[in-house]
Design a protein around this ligand. Structure first.
Ligand SMILES: Nc1ncnc2c1ncn2[C@@H]1O[C@H](COP(=O)(O)OP(=O)(O)OP(=O)(O)O)[C@@H](O)[C@H]1O
Length: 755
């Protein structure tokens, strides 16, 4: 039949095995997206399952949207009574909680507010201030991340506090902030991102009837990117599959790259233990990339040990070699990338090209180089639309329209635009709210009713009250876009920007216009109302910004997961950047970075570039950089060198050729694999043949590291020895550690090993 015609045998098996637990181990580019879409369509069209009984969980909103479109087009022609639910874990939780959170009995109501990361950080700031901590010493951002980490590991404020060790002042402070933070969330009827999952899991655990309701509703469940699920998501899936186990999870352990956000690779590695009699289906044919690209990717990831292992093959042609370029410095690297992109675009104006880097901060040089050549690009991640100050201001008004007791939102815009409510008045509101244990909105009511305080301030507060009350009334009857317009115009926000009359103010106005457009589109598409519009805005993530039609896309390797491009540049392949410095002393971290490398390489369909620079500025200081160890894990014969003059690769090749002539390759247990150590190789070889260089003999003493050699440090990882000072026990050694800079260490105590 038609639905199965475009699938290979394993894909077909994955689509038609609809009953019982199924694990689809899908290598990169092997068609897992295709399988999920077909499976949903198959369940509906062939098995007659009502769409409302199907739940598919994807990693991003964008993926959910695309999946919906694919399923619709596969089912074109059939009339459906309902739609399958295709959503992210977070959206699913919002949906469940909007219906059932009151059953939790914790005082939350169904119209709770969602705090995104920015809101959470602001709330932490408030708590720090209230507890009298100095924000210079305890950064709100790092505390928010510690709280989030604790919550994701299943700890609440009490449990966290109980685990703080005696003398650990910092953790003790975090524990206090954590407690107040949670109290404030509750008082504001607000949930942060982590709570969305936590509360849903608690709800399903505690309330058997609600659990049964969702078990009966979602009779067929699919989970994409299963390798990146965390403990809470795993618990949620288990709770939803208590009565039936028609669960199909799709994933690739080699593409698990979110450990830092709590993802637990053992969820996929142990699927068969968690679900007895699970059927395992492997998709091993890659349709995306050339043989060379696939070989490169497989080679790199084969250095990992935490794998189930699969053999990925392709019927695609061998393709071109991997193109390698070594730049003298980071700016030249960016220029090379931009100029090469220009060439590709001249040859094929419709080419689709991605530049992938490890961290967002690396984008700047590439943006500048592309701009210089007048090449348009889209950038995914970094500062997104919904993070702009003006957009967040209007969203704060909208939150108040739904819930004027949201003190965090109120605090943000009480005097934006300026309306004569000064610092003193705001402090007074804060104080009163604390005294009466109520919200800022209540405190304002008390102040305006009693009328005590300066007359001007009271008048300003009354004006503010009226503005918000009007918005609240409007939100009860008007579509989302009307309320958005009112929040921009009736609050005086637009007028204030117009009065500024600067170019920057104009740009802000344009952004607000865009927000209105988003709301109008939302009304036309979903018609769900203001609450749903805000929920969707809160849950938007970096990866959701990606548009398929752009010619050139700049993004992190993380954001590129699930995407494919004919031409891909992986840039900044330097130790300390990629792999990240954190991976230097931690094997599990290094394996995660290697998987990220695998994800990045397998995004490429036809042409892959790998580039790195020999010097790079770190905190304004120019430091020498070492080629990434992932480069040496590639099969050299697959690589074509585009560098000018001598490069790391050409030296590596020369050293291998030499090694064949002068075996054995290792002198005193060291491998000669970088520019500096190859120079040393020659020095030592000469020393050996001449028998004159005594220094070489001295260098062979155990525990002494000569300049030009590589060492490994337990904390800083791999580094290049620059200088030695002194001898014996007091010998000092200066080492350049990529990502950390130069360190002076006492050799005897530094725990260095040859690298
Ligand atoms: N049976 C098939 N016949 C032809 N092309 C296929 C087939 N299956 C998949 N493809 C193509 O292979 C490419 C990769 O498929 P898809 O994006 O579904 O892979 P994936 O497994 O989700 O990849 P990744 O996990 O690497 O993101 C797509 O261009 C898709 O159209």
């Amino acid at each position: 039949m038609d639905l199965l015609a475009s699938l290979n045998e394993q894909q077909r098996e994955a689509v038609t095995t609809t009953e019982g637990p199924v694990l689809v181990l899908a290598g990169a580019g092997s068609g897992k997206t295709r399988v999920i879409a077909h499976r949903i369509a198959y369940l509906i069209a062939e098995r007659g399952i009502p769409p409302a009984n199907i739940l598919a969980v994807t990693f991003t909103n964008k993926a959910a949207e695309e999946m919906r479109e694919r399923v619709e087009s596969l089912l074109r022609g059939s009339k459906l009574a309902s739609a399958p639910l295709i959503s992210t874990f977070h959206s699913l939780c919002v949906r469940i909680l909007r219906r059932d959170i009151e059953a939790l009995g914790e005082g939350y109501t169904r119209d709770f507010t969602i705090y995104d990361q920015d809101d959470s950080i602001r709330l932490v700031k408030n708590c720090l201030k209230e507890l009298g901590y100095d924000e210079q010493r305890l950064s709100a951002r790092s505390i928010q991340s510690a709280i989030s980490h604790a919550k994701n590991s299943g700890l609440d404020a009490e449990m966290f506090a109980a685990r703080v060790e005696y003398n650990d002042e910092r953790r003790a402070a975090i524990a206090r902030v954590f407690r107040l933070y949670d109290e404030r969330l509750r008082a504001n009827n607000a949930l942060d991102f982590d709570d969305l999952l936590i509360k849903t899991v608690q709800l399903l655990r505690r309330c058997a009837d609600i659990r049964q309701h969702y078990n009966a509703k979602f009779r067929y469940i699919l989970v994409d990117e299963y390798q990146d699920t965390n403990a809470l998501q795993f618990a949620l899936v288990q709770l939803l599959t208590e009565q039936q186990q028609n669960l199909c999870v799709v994933g690739d352990e080699d593409q698990s790259i979110y450990k830092w956000r709590g993802a637990d690779i053992t969820n996929i590695l142990n699927f068969e233990k968690h679900y007895k009699d699970a059927r395992i289906i492997r998709l091993e044919q890659n349709y995306r990339s050339t043989q060379n690209i696939l070989d490169a990717a497989s080679h790199v990831v084969s250095h990992n040990t935490e794998r189930k292992g699969k053999r990925l093959w392709t019927a695609n042609p061998t393709g071109e070699k991997i193109r390698y370029y070594q730049a003298p410095d980071a700016e030249m690297e960016a220029r090379f990338v931009a100029a090469t992109i220009q060439e590709h675009l001249v040859n094929d104006p419709r080419a689709r090209i991605a530049v992938l880097y490890r961290t967002n901060a690396q984008s700047r040089l590439f943006e500048e180089a592309l701009r210089r050549l007048g090449i348009p690009y889209q950038i995914v991640g970094g500062f997104s639309f919904y993070e702009r100050a003006e957009v967040r201001d209007i969203i704060a008004y909208l939150k108040l329209a739904l819930n004027p007791h949201d003190s965090l939102a109120l605090q943000r815009i009480i005097n934006t635009p300026p309306r004569g409510i000064g610092r003193q008045t705001v402090d007074e509101i804060e104080r009163r709210a604390r005294d009466c244990g109520g919200s800022y909105w209540e405190a304002i009511s008390i102040m305006t009713e009693q009328g005590d305080g300066r007359a001007r301030a009271i008048a300003a507060l009354k004006g503010f009250q009226q503005t918000i009350t009007r918005l609240v009334t409007l939100a009860q009857r008007a579509p989302a876009s009307e309320v958005v317009k009112a929040a921009i115009i009736d609050t005086g926000y637009e007028l204030a920007l117009k009065a500024e009359g600067t170019e920057e103010a104009d740009a802000r106005l344009a952004n607000l216009q865009e927000l209105v457009n988003a709301a109008v589109e939302y009304d036309a598409r979903e018609g769900g109302g203001l609450r749903e519009f805000l929920d969707a805005a809160a849950l938007i993530s970096d990866a959701d910004q990606y548009r398929h039609d752009a010619r050139v896309t700049l993004m992190t390797m993380h954001a590129a997961k699930g995407l494919e491009f004919p031409i891909v540049f992986i840039v900044g392949l330097e130790d300390g950047i990629f792999p990240h410095a954190r991976a230097a002393a931690d094997r599990a971290e290094l394996e995660e970075e290697r998987r990220l490398c695998y994800v990045a390489i397998t995004r490429a369909q036809r042409i892959l570039y790998l580039t790195h620079a020999m010097k790079r500025r770190v905190y304004g200081e120019e430091l020498s950089a070492e080629p990434s160890q992932f480069l040496s894990e590639l099969p050299l014969e697959l690589i074509e060198d585009l560098s000018r003059g001598r490069s790391w690769l050409s030296l590596k090749r020369a050293s291998i050729a030499l090694e064949d002539r002068y075996a054995p390759r290792r002198y005193q247990g060291k491998t000669y694999d970088s520019v500096d150590s190859i120079a040393e190789f020659f020095r030592r070889r000469n020393a050996r043949t001449d028998q004159t260089d005594r220094a070489a003999a001295v260098a062979s003493q155990p525990g002494e590291f000569k300049p030009g050699t590589h060492v490994r440090h337990p904390k800083y990882g791999r580094g290049l020895v620059i200088k030695r000072e002194g001898t014996g026990d007091s010998a000092k050694i200066i080492v350049n550690f990529p990502g950390y800079g130069q360190k002076k260490l006492i050799e005897k105590y530094a725990n260095l090993e040859p690298a």
